[in-house]
Write a protein that binds this ligand. Sequence first.
Ligand SMILES: Nc1ncnc2c1ncn2[C@@H]1O[C@H](COP(=O)(O)OP(=O)(O)O)[C@@H](O)[C@H]1O
Ligand SMILES: [Mg+2]
Length: 305
Amino acid sequence: MTAGSEEIVVSHLTKHYKTLRAVDDLSFTVHSGRVTGFLGPNGAGKTTTLRMLLGLVAPTAGSATFGGVRYADLEQPIRHVGAVLEASSAHKGRTGLNHLRMICTAAGLPWEAADEALARVGLTPAAKRKFKGYSLGMKQRLGIAAALLGDPRVLILDEPANGLDPEGIRWMRDLLKTLAAEGRTVLVSSHLLGEMQQLADDVVIIAAGRLIRQGPVDEVLGSMAGTAHVRVRTPQVAELTAALSEHRATVTPLPDGALLVTGLDPAAVGHAAFANSVELHELTGERADLEQVFLQLTAGKAGIR
Ligand SMILES: Nc1ncnc2c1ncn2[C@@H]1O[C@H](COP(=O)(O)OP(=O)(O)O)[C@@H](O)[C@H]1O
Ligand SMILES: [Mg+2]
């Protein structure tokens, strides 16, 4: 199979637990050669979706395929899809290298794959150290090494940046970008917008099991940032409100007496005031805080679950 053909296609995927729609008619595509962030608040259904992709949870409805093939129908899945679903666990007394060799043996891969995978995640110096002495970051690297053993075309990581410090996140970003640049399909989940801004080329945002947005991260975040607003203060509230309304701006009075204007930039608000001889005491452009917009987009839908 060629690299380009191993897109992940998720089609009407649904999982009900009794009355809970954990994943609800979810459809999206993950392209090869790019890092795709799978973003949603805790409880949004990310892990359930990834587990369905990997055949670990049976969907109530819908399907997911890799290059057109369901996970269960892949020959030698370890060579197609590598996954890290939770903080990796390994026998405490075993070394990182032996842990990987065991997986190789079980999967019919040569032991050299273990050395290559360790080198790839920068763990060669710790290859012969025991797992119990590994830091959280090293355990996460070992988990990724295990996922890379079969040199898979597709990599799926569930919240891999959890607990990493900024340097660890930079390392993760560089590794994922390199893997994607090799033509692989990389799907990585997170509940933190900031992480996705750093890690992803594309983003799929879900809340309450449903799709909110998908597309290139710049485009999606750009469309979210469209809610920037202007704070303005005037002794002539009625006149200014009337003037701005003619420009189809939305004017919301704030408790402190200022007005919040959306739909116009600061220059346009200033001009409308000037043209109508309205005196201004304050004029401030405020960029939308993306994290806040993300929470607004996803909050009402998620509720407490
Ligand atoms: N085995 C299960 N049985 C019942 N409910 C579950 C099960 N697994 C997950 N859920 C529920 O499904 C929802 C989505 O969970 P999850 O996929 O883990 O979300 P995320 O990974 O986005 O935080 C949550 O409300 C969770 O409690
Ligand atoms: Mg999860």
